[in-house]
Design a protein around this ligand. Structure first.
Ligand code: SF4
Ligand code: SF4
Length: 136
């Protein structure tokens, strides 16, 4: 996710506007993740909890979000200009695991549209919405 580290050949985060850090409303955090954030910022657990996370659907803890000039909204820790994570070494486990395979679907779409539009700079706006299995 959005750093200058090396990646599998199938996707390149340095060419991507960090869809994964922007389009997901929920970046889940565990107690371990919050402890890591607390250590990173030199604050106590409760301060990190309140300052960097919020509740989602009563029981879930997720990272806070902010307005983003490129994709509308993003994780609070995304640098809006470089599109890199500002807390890369302290990022939550879900960010470390994403995209979990050797391909990134968002990057595939980006490359597909750039080829289709014959424009290496075009930026498709991706939005993910979910509905439950019974169609509601
Ligand atoms: S959406 Fe995919 S290619 Fe883009 S920053 Fe995230 S992991 Fe990298
Ligand atoms: S913590 Fe970093 S890697 Fe995770 S969503 Fe936020 S900006 Fe992206």
């Amino acid at each position: 996710m959005s750093t200058s580290a090396s990646y599998p050949l199938n996707y390149d985060c340095t060419k991507c506007p960090a869809y994964c850090c922007s389009i997901y409303e929920r970046v889940q955090v565990s107690k371990r993740d919050i402890n890591r954030l607390a250590r990173h910022f030199g604050v106590d657990y409760e301060t990190a909890l309140v300052r960097y996370t919020r509740t989602y659907n009563v029981t879930e803890r997720v990272l806070r979000r902010k307005a983003d000039p490129v994709l509308g909204q993003s994780c609070t820790f995304l640098n809006p200009v470089t599109r890199q994570c500002k807390i890369y070494n302290a990022r939550p486990a879900v960010c470390r695991e994403f995209p979990t395979t050797d391909r990134c679907a968002h990057f595939d779409l980006l490359e597909f549209e750039r080829t289709q539009q014959d424009d290496p700079d075009v930026l498709p706006l991706i939005q993910i919405t979910f509905r439950n299995g019974n169609g509601r």
